[in-house]
Design a protein around this ligand. Structure first.
Ligand SMILES: Cc1ncc(CN)c(N)n1
Length: 238
């Protein structure tokens, strides 16, 4: 399997610009303070340090496995809506990774953390999960490539940003370490670089209304990421 196309565009620390330049950077800027709060969230710091409490990790993974279901459906919509075959290839390869390596991680982590089938079935959705799923469904149903990209970019760019902070230092337990390496490895970096560059490619084609729709989805997705991490520390429905 050949790697996803690469980009020279820095995906973590580039300066902000306006909507007529790199749309991704403009959107990231417009999503503050939620962007910074999400990528520097207590959960990500504890994950990198290997100190996340097991009940927090259990809550997070049970909910996140449900996030992944809607996320893969959104990837499917992006594959269908993409304006060219060159874009469908990396999206499809990424969907294959999520449904194989990443899903396999979830199942092994559930076992290691003592999360039974019954716990997974009987734990209610947190309101943060429901809200994020609704947002992904909304983006999917637009059947519009830039709208789908907006939510996909937030999900993967924000995860690469916090995972890169580990900078090669990994905690001992695989439940923590592998969640970091799944979001910072050469394949993932290439994919996120490409995904961000896709948003920048389609950005100049958007009129004001279309750009406003993309901005709205992007900003709500960043807020949803922050709320999703918060939810891991809430022992109850919400
Ligand atoms: C909530 C959320 N956002 C993003 C990702 C990155 N795959 C995730 N697993 N979960």
């Amino acid at each position: 399997m050949s790697p996803a196309p690469t980009t020279d565009a820095p995906v973590t620390d580039a300066p902000a610009t306006d909507a007529t330049g790199r749309l991704s950077l403009w959107l990231r800027d417009r999503s503050e303070p939620d962007w910074s709060a999400a990528v520097a969230h207590r959960f990500t710091g504890e994950l990198i340090a290997g100190t996340v409490a097991d009940d927090v990790m259990r809550r997070y993974l049970i909910q996140d496995h449900r996030f992944v279901d809607s996320f893969v459906a959104l990837l499917g919509a992006a594959i269908a809506a993409a304006d060219r075959f060159d874009a469908r290839i990396p999206l499809t390869r990424f969907a294959a990774m999520v449904t194989s390596d990443e899903n396999d991680y979830f199942l092994r982590a559930f076992d290691a953390l003592g999360v039974t089938e019954a716990m997974r079935r009987d734990t209610p959705d947190h309101s943060a999960t429901t809200a994020f799923q609704a947002l992904m469904t909304e983006a999917r149903l637009t059947a519009d490539y830039p709208c789908c990209l907006a939510v996909l970019v937030v999900a993967e760019w924000s995860y690469l940003t916090w995972a890169a902070r580990a900078d090669g230092r990994l905690p001992d337990r695989f439940e923590h370490a592998e969640w970091i390496t799944l979001h910072d490895n050469p394949f993932f970096r290439d994919f996120v670089g490409w995904l961000v560059s896709e948003l920048d490619r389609v950005g100049p084609t958007l009129d004001d209304d279309a750009r406003a729709r993309v901005e709205d989805l992007f900003r709500r997705a960043v807020a949803a990421e922050r709320a999703f991490f918060d939810a891991a520390y809430q022992n109850g429905r919400d």
